[in-house]
Write a protein that binds this ligand. Structure first.
Ligand SMILES: [Zn+2]
Length: 394
């Protein structure tokens, strides 16, 4: 038999051009027959002519199931998981005209597992300083790319899994205003995330698994147990030593460093230099720059000396922000606090008696020591309602 002898498809019998030969374990098939195979099937070279013929018979019979398929639920915008809850069958397809593409109709009972995953790729956005050198934004800003992946594992004669993306990649950037360290997802992300969660919930239901418990939320403080993030100080610190001696202040605990930052700012009105020394103590590797100091001075310029003490319990506009003694302050976290924890940052929050929105404080960790340091304090100095004594309309 010469190299250029015509070959024939072992499935349909038609002649195959030399380049169109698709090898099988014990023969060959043509491109047209190959197109009829399941898109999830990947083991052609190790399949026999008989196995391929059986699969094509299955694929032919599948057309009737497609015709009878009635979509009751649908998840995804790129690849879609379509459910027929009445017949307990599903389809995974990337075609909007799926009914004409003979997608495999799979019984719910064939499902053996489901993994969902949002892959994230973050790239830091840089700016230039006055000298034209590249530098990080403060706090750092990032561009994120997200891929929404799902893998269904199956007990099926022709394929073991379906691995697909339920959405096109979604790109987002750190916000430019407000709390830039806080990541808030846009509608596209939220829709894609909700689709993945919908698939997972359906799969868990089919597999008889309970919904995964939401992440453990610390139980509300029992009377005896100390409340996480609540700090009680007998007095406000006047020196670096007093600051670091405050009860609970520990560089291993970012909540305590956030509380210490607020305490340090209460020193500014009487002694700005002492305040800077205290802030430097908790800023660790990166002390205040002259720009930072000018910013702080500017914030206090209009006599807004009451802002730092407004974060302590009992301080409200009506009492000119006079905290109760001992001084108590609550540092909290939100669901987004740990969004960029993998890059070493945590955003914590503190409530002022003179504002509705909680103020962010960003801490940064030094991986070699596990210590946390104050990274961004701007939120602490945001404007609040004026105290009664300073309000001409009171
Ligand atoms: Zn053929």
């Amino acid at each position: 038999m010469g190299l250029f002898d015509k070959k024939y498809c072992d499935i349909c019998g038609s002649k195959i051009g030399f380049l169109g030969v698709k090898k099988l374990e014990d023969g060959q098939m043509c491109k047209d027959c190959q197109k009829l195979l399941s898109p999830w099937f990947s083991d052609r070279r190790h399949s026999t002519v008989e196995e391929i013929k059986r699969q094509l018979a299955y694929r032919e019979a599948n057309k009737e199931k497609v015709a009878a398929f009635h979509v009751t639920r649908s998840f995804g915008s790129l690849y879609k998981v379509l459910l027929d809850d009445d017949k307990k069958q599903f389809i995974v397809t990337r075609y909007s005209d799926w009914a004409s593409n003979n997608p495999d109709v799979v019984d719910f009972s064939a499902l053996t597992g489901c993994e969902i995953k949002i892959d994230e790729d973050a790239e830091e956005l840089m700016t230039k300083d006055a000298d034209g050198n590249k530098r990080s934004y403060i706090p750092p800003r990032f561009e994120y790319d997200y891929d929404f992946r799902c893998t269904l594992t199956l007990n099926h004669p022709y394929f073991d899994d379906m691995d697909f993306e339920t959405s096109s990649s979604i790109r987002e950037q750190s916000p430019t205003t407000g709390n830039v360290a806080l990541r808030v997802h846009g509608d596209d992300y939220l829709k894609a995330e909700s689709d993945l969660n919908g698939i997972k919930a359906w799969a868990n239901d089919v597999l008889g698994l309970a919904e995964e418990e939401p992440a453990e939320v610390p139980a509300p403080a029992a009377a005896a147990a100390p409340e996480k993030g609540l700090f009680t100080f007998p007095s406000l610190p006047k020196t670096r030593e007093e600051l670091l001696d405050l009860p609970g202040v520990d560089f291993k605990d970012p909540f305590s460093i956030a509380a210490a930052a607020v305490a340090a700012f209460t020193r500014f009105p009487e002694d700005p230099e002492a305040c800077y020394v205290m802030l430097d103590a908790i800023k660790g590797p990166q002390p205040l720059s002259n720009t930072d100091k000018a910013f702080i001075k500017d914030r206090f310029f209009d006599g807004k000396t009451y802002v730092p003490r407004s974060y302590f319990e009992g301080a409200v506009p009506d009492n000119d922000y006079t905290p109760e003694i001992p001084y108590r302050i609550r540092i909290k976290e939100s669901v987004h606090s740990r969004d960029i924890l993998d890059q070493g940052y945590i955003t914590l929050y503190v409530k002022s008696g003179g504002a509705d929105a909680e103020r962010p404080i960003v801490l940064r960790t030094k991986p070699s020591t596990g210590e946390w340091f104050l990274w961004n304090h701007v939120g602490i100095l945001a404007d609040i309602r004026v105290p009664k004594s300073a309000d001409p309309w009171a």
